[in-house]
Write a protein that binds this ligand. Sequence first.
Ligand SMILES: Nc1ncnc2c1ncn2[C@@H]1O[C@H](COP(=O)(O)OP(=O)(O)OP(=O)(O)O)[C@@H](O)[C@H]1O
Ligand SMILES: [Mg+2]
Length: 566
Amino acid sequence: MEFNREQTLSLIGSGPVHILILAPIGQDAQVIAKLIETAGAHADVCKNLADIVEKFDDDVSSMVIAEEALTEALSLLTERLTQQPPWSDIPIIILSNSRGRIGPSQRWTLLRDLGNTTVLERPLHGQSLLIALRSTIRSRDWQYVVREQMQRMNASRSDLEQKVRDRNDSLYTAIDERRRLEQELAEAKKLESIGRLTGGVAHDFNNILQIINLSSKILAQLPASETVKRERAVLAVQRAADRGAKLTHQLLAFARRQPLVPQHFSIKHKLNEMSDYVRQALDREIDLVLDLPDALWRVKADPTQLEAAILNLAINAKEAMSEGGTLTIRAENLTLPAEGYPMVQHLTGDFVLLTVSDSGTGMNASVASQAFEPFFTTRHSDGHTGLGLSQVYGFATQSGGSVWISQPARGASVAMTLPRGEQEEADRGLAAGPDDETMTFAGLHVLCVEDNEHLAEATVIVLAQMGFEVTCVHSGEATLDQPLHRFDLVFSDVSMPGRIDGIDMAKLIARDRPNLPVLLTSGYMISPERLQHTGALFLAKPYTVAELHTSLKRALQKRLSRPSRP
Ligand SMILES: Nc1ncnc2c1ncn2[C@@H]1O[C@H](COP(=O)(O)OP(=O)(O)OP(=O)(O)O)[C@@H](O)[C@H]1O
Ligand SMILES: [Mg+2]
């Protein structure tokens, strides 16, 4: 290689210029290095391909390799070159070797594999090498520009990604915050309705207790001769007790804890039957329209509770139509799930949809959202406790259906789904027939089981007045000690101290003395499932004497319908 000391070219790049040299034979490497250093760049002489691979990094501006150095280990270099970052394509100057060890056919393949190569034939003038190096440095500088732009792009991309992440984070925080607020609101609403519930119960019961308190005081003080006043006081106590009983029934209905006696019956028949007294409950200016198709399915529900629900709805409608209007009761078959009924998405199967609509004032959204809550009322006049729709709600849901309010253009509409009943069951239900009014209890022996001493005392008196011979015990265990074959009926409380409660006792009696009828009573509501295998009838406390009479008759009728005692 010729090296002209007078050379004027310098090797300047955008940054420090760093050139790797591999020319293992002779003095070429040193000569080239000196030339490069003189031109103002940094030259690094490598021993072999492994060495050049090791020293090659992003800051290397170009490489000068003598062709004879491209030995079998060349793959080391080609592999390293493929690992360059996307912006990098290192320029390589190959100093050809006319006496090269590689045959001409392989030569071009090798050079192609090295990528960005320039071949300079030797012998070579120093100036030619410098010119070639300058162009490699310029091309490498462009690569550095691309690198910088890519870095900037990456930075702004990650900046953008970070911004998106930050935005998402703040969105999630906002959603969490909103959820928290919604929960707090729901909690506050729940507390508000519990407050209203307890407040309502306390208010009503205090009035009831007040009446009982004053009336009993009057009774205690009035001389026996004041019969009229005494009767009035007794009546007041009775009314107060009735009112209290109604209140707990309604509350239990809302809590879905009332003992339902579901039957399979024709809703069309029931509504036609009821239409007269629904009409009586409405004002003259209100028309009652019944829309009941012939092919209506039967329902499975407690008919007495259905009556109460229809009456509650009719009275609400009447209150909303003080100027008159129309009350429409419509029933139709509905198989769920069905389009247009998102509110009963949780139900599947056959139902009868009962809709009670009026043309009255209607409800605004806020009233409609709270109307089913117990003690919620907008009618703060006497006699309105806000328990009407709670009964409807409790009844519908406990029956396995649902209820909701819709607001037509005019008035309000309450829709209720009740599960479809069965045909044979319906017939069976009807076959039960009315009570035997002529039935007498004289000569019958009842075993009364009641742990509350005062209540036991009063019950014994009432049962004796009905004609029964009465034996009274105070626990389940004591019942089983009795000679049960001597009794015609067991009338028992459910919750009692000791190991055997009324339900256990009824089960034992059903097993050992299947012909002995059992009537259970409790102030706690007993789920119908618990009663299922006892064969017993149930009477909810508080009961009136008339209700007790009817239940006792039913229990005895049950016995009479079975084969007689052995
Ligand atoms: N058909 C209706 N039209 C307009 N508003 C109604 C209708 N039915 C119920 N409401 C509203 O829902 C509230 C709650 O009804 P709900 O039957 O539970 O209680 P109430 O009628 O106020 O009292 P109660 O039934 O104990 O006499 C009512 O106070 C009324 O504001
Ligand atoms: Mg009402």
